[in-house]
Each structure stands twice: as C-alpha cells, then as structure tokens.
Design a protein around this ligand. Structure first.
Ligand code: PMP
Length: 452
C-alpha cells in the first residue's frame, strides 16, 4: 500500500500542473499525518485483513490507506480506536438520524428484550409500526417490512414485474438502490439481472425517448427523488412529475426510492413535491438505527402479497418483523421524529450548507455542498450538479484533502463527501462544523482548485 492516493496529474499547462502537484503533495502530507495519528486503527485493519477481504465487510466504508476504527458513539459524537473524539457529520449514511443510543430508543430496545426475542409469529409491534408509517406516507396504503433498503427495492421491483407482466425497468445513471442495484460507474457489477433501461438523471426528454423506443415495455420506473449516493443531486419537480406522468402513460409503476429522502419532511420528498408514486421504498432510520427496510404503496399492487390468495407472491425473511427493529423504529417515530424536530433538523442542514458554500465562495475555492435539508455532499466544483456527469473532470483529490483536513479538526464526514445530520446535531454543532470547514479551507486554499 502506498501513501499516494492518485498520481495522475490531469493538467497540461505549467501553472495548472504545478497547482495539481501541490494538491497531491498536500494530500500525501495529510495521509502521512493520518497514518501517524491512527496507529491503533492501522493495527485493527491489519487484523481485519486476515479474515475479511480487504479488511472490509461493507464496501462503502473502505478507504485508503485504511479506515478509522470506531469504538463508541454518544449523541452526535464518535470516538475512534486512537482516542479521537469526533463530531459525527455522517450519521451512518443517514441511518443514524436519531444519533447514538437516544434514550427513548434505548429504553424501547430494553423493554423489547425483556419481552423476549424471536417470538416465532406475528406480533403487535409490526402492525403499530406499519400504521405509523402509512399515516405519514399517504401513498402507502399497504406495506411490508424487509431487513434493508436493498431488499425493499428488490421486492418492489418483483411486485412491479408481477403486476405488469413486463420485465424492463428504467433507472438513472448515478442512482443507488442497494448493493445489487447500483448504477454508478463501477467496472464490475454484482447487480441483479433485470432488463435495465438506463437514462441520465434530470433528463425527462431522454426518459420519454427511451420509454417510447419500439420494443420498450416498462414494468417500472425506479427513481430516487434526490440521488443520494450519487452525490445528493436533487431531482427537479418537473423531472419527477414528468416521470410520474410517463409511468402512468406507459402502464408502468413509479417506484420512488425514499430510503434517504424520506427524512426531508414527515411524509418524505413525495409530500413536499405532491408526488403520488405507485410504490415507495424506505429504509435506514425507520428501524431506529437497527436493520430495516419497507416497501409499500397501492393496495391493488400490494395485495398480491396476501398469503390467502392462490396466486400470492411470497415474501419471506426470518427477520422481517424482528422485535428489536420494530420496537426501536416505533419509539423513534413516536417520541423523536416529530414534525417540529424534522423541520428544525432540515433547517439546520440548510444553514450548514449555505454557510459552508458562502465560506468557499469568499475564499475563491471551487468546493460546494449540494443537497437538500439535512442531506448534502461535498463536490470539487462551484456549480451545483444537475446530474453526476456534470462532475466529470472535477478533481476528487480536493475532496480527499478536505476529508482529512476536517478529520484533523475533529469532524467526521464520508470520504466521498456525504454529510447527514442527526437529531442531536444542534446549532452549536453546525457552528463548529462551519468553523472547522473554514479553517480547513484557510489551511489549504493555495492548493485547492480556484472557482472560475
Ligand atoms: N436506496 C437508497 C436511496 C440508498 O441510499 C440505500 C443505501 N445507501 C439503499 C437503497 C439500500 O439500503 P440498504 O443499505 O439498507 O440495503
């Protein structure tokens, strides 16, 4: 393993070449400081490599030269194995909405444990949680639980194929719907073999053309209202409403993947935009921080899963209604995720994003956060992207450098730039994050790309 993360300097003119070389040198120095400050994480990584390929069991968490090992969390704070206390700006890639071990969730888990795990039948809690969710998401007349967002999307697609008798599914470049439903640029894909029709995001004309191409018969259009893993790129209202109309016109189902965006309002992004998807998929925080997924929507579509029907679709899963996820999810929705808490968290996210973007602008640095509410992603550009291809040619090392610079200042975000605030992340933490961001810019502004 080398400390150098990228050696290509994609510049031809001498000034740009030397700026790029300076950026590489700054990054190499940051990585060297990271190594020096994380000996325990390095040792832990060496142990991990013995039993896990690349020391890793969840691809997104891997990073060069080795990831930090986290040992504890409380509120919106994390502690790594090397004794650093870090402001948690990542919030478990949005699943950590409630922060670390919020008291009502902790209590609900303890109470559930007292009643026994693995009850081997229907329980009351799954009905209560389903009721809380359908109350918030008007389009979800009936739903079923899964163990992850990936499974929720797999089952929603199965429902669409069964309902329409068709096999093609429209998806969007840069979309992520799960480990086996990823539409980025990865060379090797482990995707499930649906008949995919891939189209650029936020391009209704391209979607319409593709749907009208002779021989195309769509079972579903599967779309995130904002590309999450694709860089927090919001879908425009015109694009999303256009897809809804296109799905209706084509006799296909619109599946809205709100695994990430459901937190933008109590009824998700669909409530904000007035969308009425045929099916919706959920995941992440709805399990109170435990493993979770759900898919649901139109009664006539979901009723195919009624086991009393002779043509019922099977949907198995030992842990679909597991006692702990149901209990923790219920406590979160009932006691913590109030409409007021939701609005305040998203307002804090807007403030953080606006403040950081303003700081970068003032320093003339081409860095910005795109996103909505409490969800955002850092990019090495000063122009908000409309689709991931707009980011081609931006220098990922600038984001890498910011990642290490923020970490050195006690702030943890995703290496790829994702920030997802949690409920305990308050105004003081927003201020602290922005101060660390400005300090990081000040330290590195000479080597970071300049805004045009
Ligand atoms: N859909 C979206 C939009 C997601 O962001 C994710 C996870 N990042 C998933 C689906 C998959 O969820 P899980 O990781 O729970 O399988």
């Amino acid at each position: 393993m080398t400390d150098t993360l990228a050696t290509d300097i994609p510049a031809t003119d001498p000034t740009a070449r030397s700026a790029a070389a300076d950026l590489q040198a700054a990054l190499d120095a940051a990585v060297a400081r990271y190594r020096a400050a994380h000996p325990a994480s390095a040792r832990q990584f060496e142990a991990a490599e013995q039993v896990l390929p690349g020391g890793n069991t969840r691809s997104v968490l891997f990073q060069q030269p080795f990831p930090p090992t986290m040992v504890r969390g409380q509120g919106c704070w994390l502690w790594d194995a090397d004794g650093h206390r870090l402001l948690d700006g990542l919030g478990e890639f949005t699943a950590g909405l409630y922060g670390h071990s919020a008291a009502p969730i902790r209590q609900a888990i303890v109470d559930a444990l007292d009643g026994g795990l693995s009850l081997s039948s229907h329980t009351r809690r799954e009905v209560e949680l389903a009721r809380e969710i359908t109350r918030r998401f008007a389009s979800m007349e009936l739903l079923r639980f899964t163990n992850s967002g990936t499974e929720a999307n797999l089952l929603a697609l199965a429902a669409a194929v069964a309902h329409t008798g068709r096999h093609q599914v429209m998806v969007f470049d840069g979309a992520y719907h799960g480990g086996v439903l990823a539409f980025g640029n990865a060379a090797a894909s482990v995707n499930v073999p649906h008949d995919w029709v891939r189209v650029p995001y936020n391009d209704l004309a391209a979607a319409t053309d593709a749907a009208h191409r002779p021989g195309t018969e769509l079972a579903a259009i599967l779309v995130e209202p904002m590309l999450g893993s694709g860089g927090c790129v919001p879908g425009t209202a015109a694009f999303l409403h256009g897809l809804q109309a296109l799905a209706r016109e084509q006799g296909a189902l619109l599946i809205l993947d709100e695994v990430m965006t459901s937190r933008l309002s109590p009824g998700g992004r669909q409530a904000q935009l007035g969308l009425q998807p045929d099916l919706t998929t959920l995941g992440k925080y709805f399990g109170g921080g435990l493993s979770f997924g759900a898919f649901g929507g139109r009664r006539d579509v979901m009723q195919r899963f009624d086991p009393r029907r002779p043509d019922a679709l099977a949907h198995a899963g030992t842990f679909n209604n597991n006692v702990l996820s149901m209990a923790a999810g219920l406590a979160g929705l009932r006691e913590l995720w109030t409409p007021e808490a939701c609005a305040a968290l998203n307002a804090r996210g807007e403030r953080l994003r606006d403040t950081c973007n303003d700081l970068a602008r003032r320093r003339g640095v081409a860095l910005m956060f795109s996103g909505l509410g409490s969800l955002m992603n850092l990019h090495a550009t000063s122009q908000a992207p409309l689709r991931p291809s707009d980011l081609a040619g931006t220098d990922a090392r600038a984001k890498d450098l910011l990642f290490f610079a923020l970490l050195e200042r006690g702030v943890y975000i995703a290496r790829r730039g994702l920030v997802a605030l949690s409920l305990p992340f308050g105004d003081a933490e927003v201020d602290q994050f922005c101060a660390a961001f400005d300090d990081a810019l000040a330290a590195h502004q000479d080597v970071l790309p300049r805004s045009a």
